[in-house]
Design a protein around this ligand. Structure first.
Ligand SMILES: Cc1cc2nc3c(=O)[nH]c(=O)nc-3n(C[C@H](O)[C@H](O)[C@H](O)COP(=O)(O)OP(=O)(O)OC[C@H]3O[C@@H](n4cnc5c(N)ncnc54)[C@H](O)[C@@H]3O)c2cc1C
Length: 158
């Protein structure tokens, strides 16, 4: 799931511009503005299902600025210092793939979709357990990559 994100810079003369994160839904789209201590203001993020496309588009930048402007009109005064697009790696059921696979010695920790940063500590713990014991801890078992293999087998005609 592609996501475009912008960075604006708050000049000193405008500081403090925003002192907390603002999140909202504008015309059905989620938008957030995150002030950073270094004076950046992050505006995100689009959600576009376009495969391996990491192009920053005029439409993506326009929509983010339009929606953010609706929440905080003063942003149009700020320098736009970065535009970028990243990918949120999903899986067929949009849950992560964690732990051993059908290939000996190959473990996965991916498919975190929208929450890979948030889930880093718990993923690290689950993977440490899997590497040390060969098995996922109980709470991470639903995320085994083998679930897709098992589902495919159960769908085969008897
Ligand atoms: C705009 C945006 C905002 C986000 N905001 C948040 C947020 O606020 N909080 C949060 O928790 N998460 C957020 N995320 C999601 C988070 O970034 C992802 O969930 C996280 O990066 C997933 O980590 P990962 O290691 O699974 O995959 P990635 O970080 O995508 O890493 C996968 C790596 O594998 C490489 N790769 C892929 N295929 C191959 C291949 N065939 N061979 C070799 N290498 C390959 C890729 O190049 C990449 O380096 C956001 C994502 C985007 C795009």
């Amino acid at each position: 799931m592609k996501g475009q994100v912008l960075r604006l810079t708050v000049p000193r003369r405008y500081a403090p511009f925003l002192t907390r994160t603002v999140r909202a839904v504008v015309r059905g789209s989620h938008v957030y503005l995150v002030p950073r201590e270094n004076g950046e203001l992050v505006v995100g993020a689009t959600s576009e299902e376009l495969g391996w496309d990491t192009t920053v588009t005029a439409g993506g930048v326009y929509e983010l600025l339009r929606d953010a402007h609706e929440l905080v009109p003063g942003i149009t005064e700020l320098p736009l210092t970065e535009t970028r697009a990243g990918l949120r790696p999903g899986s067929p059921d949009n849950a992560p793939l964690l732990g051993p696979t059908a290939t000996d010695g190959l473990l996965l920790a991916t498919g975190h979709y929208r929450n890979g940063v948030l889930l880093t500590p718990v993923t690290g713990d689950a993977m440490a357990h899997a590497l040390a014991t060969g098995e996922l801890p109980d709470e991470a078992r639903p995320f085994t990559p083998r679930r897709f293999h098992a589902a495919a087998l159960s769908e085969q005609p008897a």
